[in-house]
Design a protein around this ligand. Structure first.
Ligand code: HEC
Length: 133
């Protein structure tokens, strides 16, 4: 950064701000892309059994507000004991594990879904799921 040492103090800060601001904008755009990709995956893979809207029960419980909720607590949905008693709190980490191999993480749960094997797809899906609140 030798040449920058010659810059007047104010100009140097301006440059730092521009660079940092650009990075933030980039991160924001990447995140929006993840969410959009995740929504598309949700619609094709999960939407037949789960609604993203509150209070709508399909074959599975609504996933509205799923982040930081304990497993088995959506009112009006009749869960398996396996799910209700799993003690899991859904967050990015537990969702990532569960969605990799639902039956492996919660044996005997009644979600008839094999899992999402692609880590990037799971990350996109979870980026979308945590926006449902
Ligand atoms: C064939 C229907 C079906 C599909 C497809 C499906 N699920 Fe499920 N899901 C269920 C059922 C049924 C349950 C309740 C399981 C139980 O009580 O044992 C459930 C439970 C869950 C839970 C726990 C909810 C809670 O309140 O504890 C999460 C999270 C979840 N599913 C996410 C997903 C995601 C994300 C997808 C798509 C990748 C998906 N599911 C695909 C039927 C499905």
């Amino acid at each position: 950064m030798g040449s920058l040492d010659n810059w007047p103090q104010g100009r140097r800060w301006l440059l730092i701000c521009l660079v940092a601001g650009g990075c933030l904008a980039c991160a924001g755009a990447a995140r929006a892309q993840n969410i959009a990709a995740g929504q598309a995956i949700f619609q094709t893979q999960c939407g037949i059994c789960h609604s993203p809207s509150p209070g709508v029960t399909l074959a599975g419980p609504s996933l509205f507000g799923v982040e930081n909720r304990r497993a088995g607590l959506v009112p009006g949905f009749s869960y398996s004991d396996a799910n209700r008693n799993s003690g899991i709190v859904w967050d990015s980490a537990t969702l990532d594990l569960y969605l990799t191999r639902p039956k492996g993480v919660v044996p005997h749960n009644e979600m008839t879904y094999g899992g999402v094997q692609d880590a990037q797809k799971r990350a996109d899906l979870i980026a979308y799921l945590v926006t449902l609140h």
